[in-house]
Structure formats: structure tokens, C-alpha cells
Design a protein around this ligand. Sequence first.
Ligand code: FEO
Length: 183
Amino acid sequence: METNRLSPTLAATLNAQMTNEAHNSQIYLAYASWADDKGYGGIANFLFRHANEERNHMMKFLEYILKRGAKVVITEIPGPGADPVSVNDCFEKVFKYEVENTTKIYDIVNMSMAEKDWATWNFLQWFVKEQTEEETLALGLLDKIKVAGGENAKDDALYVLDKELATTPDDATLAQDVTVEKP
Ligand code: FEO
């Protein structure tokens, strides 16, 4: 009896996205290590925490594929690419990768809709919300580095930024959660 509830195309795409989340985790690990090596312990801490989040995203895809009766395919994870050249470059790349990831998630949402696979569509809504948060968080980082002087940020401004990021929460507040009392 057939117990697989995912189409071959969606199963392959969800497996690819699972690996992509692992790839994102490698990127954050690499950037965190770079930041730590440069003496930015707070930025490193933030990025290390985020590497864990990406790993959790990977697990969510893995678990979903299993629970729908399809086969999980574990493959090699692509490398993270070159190190950033500055804190500004680091935050720009983080934002770029998050936007690219959002595009990938949206593509899978479209596929699930075309197939009328509402279970997968429903599962993916968590990621739609998560990507909005991640983009907001990354945009916040870009704003902070811009205020600090962008590519020309001075050591003292970077010092303050680094201290702040050590305690920056992992989740951003979304527009839909804002009220008049709590803007
Ligand atoms: Fe799992 Fe930052 O996307």
C-alpha cells in the first residue's frame, strides 16, 4: 500500500530545502567564526545562535518529509563561501541570503498550491512567518551598521554595536504583532 503522501517533485524540493537550511547554518557558523576571530565576540554570539536556528529549520523539513511518508535524502552540504571582508559586508550578505531563502520558500509554497497539497502549504506557513522575522532581523542589523557608519564605521562605534548584539533577541517583532499600546 502506498503511504507516501508527497509527490516526487515536492519530496525532492523539500529535501533540497532541508539541505539549503543546513547550508544557511554553515554560513552563519562561518561568519560567526570570522567575527570571533576579528574580536567581535557579541556579533559572533549572535551569529552562532542563529546558526542553531537554521539547524532547527533543517530538522523541521526533515521531520515533515518523514511524517508524510517520503524518503529523507541526506547529501553533502555546500560550503559557506568566502568570509566577509567587514562587518558591513557580513550584515549585507546575511540580508541577501535571507531574501534568497524567502524566495525559495515562496517557490515551494507556490508548488504546494499548484498541487493542492494543503498539508505542505500549511506546514510552509510557519516558514513564511519565520522568513518575515528573519528579514526584519537582518534589516535591523543593516540599519545598525549604517548608523555606525557602514563600511567606514569607526572602532568605537563597532565596539558599541558588538556589545549590543551579544544580547539582541533572536526574534524580531512583526508588524502584525504590533498594537497602538505597544508600537
Ligand atoms: Fe532558515 Fe534564515 O532561514
